[in-house]
Design a protein around this ligand. Structure first.
Ligand code: HEC
Ligand code: HEC
Ligand code: HEC
Length: 212
């Protein structure tokens, strides 16, 4: 939090005036609420920023279908499946927002995907699609790595974890808004966690702790 020498000065001046101090407390509390709201406005920053400390997660993610999901929107790719889903297999869907929202990272959100030319780093379903926009959390980690609790990452940093309870996966993407989801489809969280995300057997010994 930024220091506010102006406020400290006012506090000293109002020392003998209890009514003024209550007023000041009110102002300080109100500005704290505004700051808390600002804190939650994290932006998408792209996977290159996560790789820095999470290389093994990155490498294992790169082998999943999630990492390659933008390619599916190109003409001719998975032509047969597209035909079966009544989509024109020769059409270029890479600029179609109805498809992009599930095939890139942070479509239309601050820092997120805009177009292939403008934001080539935001292709595919990256870390931030599942864990939330990472700007504030990453800044926290850069400055004070390891000294925050997991709760801090979530409340202050905006980091989130998909779970069967919060239904992030089914609400965002794995639902019938996808032309390829058949009716009666059941999303198996643990199965998808194993095959569609990244390694989960890491204990962070690979993190470059010594760099900071
Ligand atoms: C400066 C290093 C650093 C960067 C950059 C970084 N992380 Fe982390 N991250 C860590 C460390 C260290 C931990 C383990 C913290 C612990 O166990 O206390 C962690 C933990 C996590 C966790 C698990 C939290 C939990 O609740 O178990 C997730 C998810 C995560 N990071 C996602 C990301 C994403 C997404 C990005 C990019 C936007 C990113 N990280 C960038 C260092 C970093
Ligand atoms: C609501 C999110 C969502 C939308 C919208 C969406 N997709 Fe997908 N798409 C998915 C998911 C999730 C999968 C993976 C399905 C699975 O493995 O269960 C997928 C898979 C695919 C596949 C691979 C299918 C296969 O069987 O090989 C193609 C191709 C594809 N999408 C193209 C598109 C196109 C083109 C559009 C727009 C017309 C689109 N998607 C819209 C979420 C979406
Ligand atoms: C498709 C969704 C998805 C993507 C993409 C994804 N994760 Fe995860 N991540 C998960 C899930 C699900 C968990 C486990 C949650 C649980 O077990 O409660 C997890 C857990 C983690 C953890 C906690 C320790 C562990 O391994 O279980 C870290 C750290 C993490 N992810 C970092 C990353 C980083 C870095 C990236 C990008 C390279 C990334 N994740 C991409 C879904 C995803």
């Amino acid at each position: 939090m930024t220091k506010r020498p102006g406020c400290i000065f006012v506090l000293q001046k109002l020392d003998s005036d209890p009514f003024g101090r209550i007023l000041l407390l009110g102002i300080l509390l109100a500005s704290a609420v505004v700051m808390a709201e600002e804190t939650l406005q994290a932006e998408y920053i792209g996977i290159e920023n996560c790789m820095l400390c999470h290389m093994p997660h990155f490498e294992s993610w790169s082998e999943t279908k999630m990492s390659n999901s933008f390619e599916l929107l190109k003409p001719g790719v998975r032509a047969e499946a597209k035909q079966q889903a009544n989509l024109d297999p020769n059409k270029d869907f890479t600029t179609d927002p109805t498809c992009l929202r599930c095939h890139v990272t942070g479509l239309g959100k601050p820092g997120g995907f805009k177009s292939l030319d403008e934001t080539p780093d935001m292709l595919g379903v990256q870390c931030e699609m599942c864990h939330g926009p990472g700007s504030i959390y990453t800044e926290m980690m850069m400055k004070k790595q390891g000294t925050y609790t997991l709760e801090d990452y979530q409340t202050l940093g905006g980091l989130s974890m998909p779970s069967p309870e919060n239904n992030v996966c089914t609400q965002m993407c794995h639902n019938t808004a996808s032309p390829f989801t058949k009716s009666g489809f059941v999303f198996d969280f643990n199965d998808r966690k194993a095959s569609g995300t990244h390694r989960h057997d890491l204990n962070y010994i690979y993190m470059p702790f010594d760099l900071w």
